[in-house]
Structure formats: structure tokens, C-alpha cells
Write a protein that binds this ligand. Structure first.
Ligand code: FES
Length: 160
């Protein structure tokens, strides 16, 4: 009987190489699962909702135009996207994505301050869609508006 130099007490190894490898795989897998659970929500939080596709042009109905005149803005659908159409303090018609770039709440137009406001976390945008304050990480997507409230108003994706 010879003494094992790594185990002078003479006992047997509690964990063999096969078990050690299995434990390493399980620990590595657990770490990856933990990292995915922690990192995915952070990425979802930081990445704004994407503009979705669908139709690239839409005309305002008479009811929509009336709402813009009475309430200063209207929210329409352009394909699968929600678009806020409003008349700014200069009387110019503008259209921006109605989906806040923070967590996707629907924004409104505040005529008294000539800005776009998100009620969820008090995010504020200029009437061109640039972020003024609050948590939104990106500006609102801008759409092209042609026409006037007396005639036909058409909203389209720029470059469409
Ligand atoms: S969802 Fe608009 S500010 Fe948070």
C-alpha cells in the first residue's frame, strides 16, 4: 500500500474528475441563466420600442381634422404605428410617433407649452420630437405632413 502525495491522510477523493466537470457545467449554466435574467430586462429598458411597419401614408378624415382644430391634436393609425398629428403654436401641422421612446406610453400635445408630453414619467419633447427632459432616451420619430385642415392632410413616413 503506497501513500497518495495529494491526499496524505489516505482517504479517497470525495469528487472525481467526472463529477467535478459536471459541477463546473452546472455552475456555468447557472451563471449564464442568472446573467440572462438580469441583463435582458436592462436591455429591454434601454432599447426604445421600434417603429413598426404597415401603410406608409394616410389621409386625415374630416373627424380627425375637426379634432385637431378643437383639441389641437389627434392620434391616428398609420399601418400599425400610432401617430400624433397636431398644429404647433405657429399653426404648422406636424406629425410624430405617438409612442414614447421610454416605455411606449402614448404621448399628448400640450398646446399651452407647445410641447409633446408623456404622462407616464413626465417625459417632454419639443414639437419637433427632440427630448427636452425626463427619461426618454431618443427623440420621437417624425412623419411628413402635407396639406392643410381646409383641404386634404396627408401623413407619411419620410422618404416613403
Ligand atoms: S413612458 Fe414616456 S416617459 Fe416613461
Amino acid at each position: 500500500m503506497s501513500a497518495n502525495p495529494e491526499n496524505p491522510a489516505g482517504g479517497t477523493d470525495a469528487v472525481g474528475p467526472g463529477r467535478r466537470r459536471l459541477l463546473n457545467v452546472l455552475l456555468g449554466g447557472s451563471f449564464l441563466a442568472w446573467a440572462a435574467v438580469v441583463i435582458y430586462p436592462v436591455i429591454r429598458y434601454l432599447r426604445p420600442p421600434a417603429e413598426s411597419g404597415g401603410a406608409s401614408e394616410s389621409a386625415l378624415s374630416d373627424e380627425d381634422k375637426h379634432k385637431v382644430q378643437e383639441e389641437s391634436f389627434v392620434i391616428i393609425r398609420l399601418g400599425t404605428s400610432r401617430v400624433i398629428v397636431f398644429q404647433d403654436s405657429q399653426g404648422k401641422l406636424k406629425a410624430l410617433s405617438a409612442v414614447c421612446t421610454h416605455e411606449g406610453c402614448t404621448v399628448t400635445y400640450k398646446k399651452s407649452e407647445d410641447l409633446i408630453w408623456c404622462p407616464c414619467h413626465n417625459g417632454k419633447f419639443t414639437s419637433e420630437g427632440r427630448v427636452i427632459s425626463g427619461p426618454p432616451p431618443k427623440p420621437l420619430f417624425a412623419y411628413q405632413v402635407t396639406g392643410d385642415l381646409v383641404g386634404t392632410v396627408t401623413v407619411s413616413r419620410q422618404g416613403a
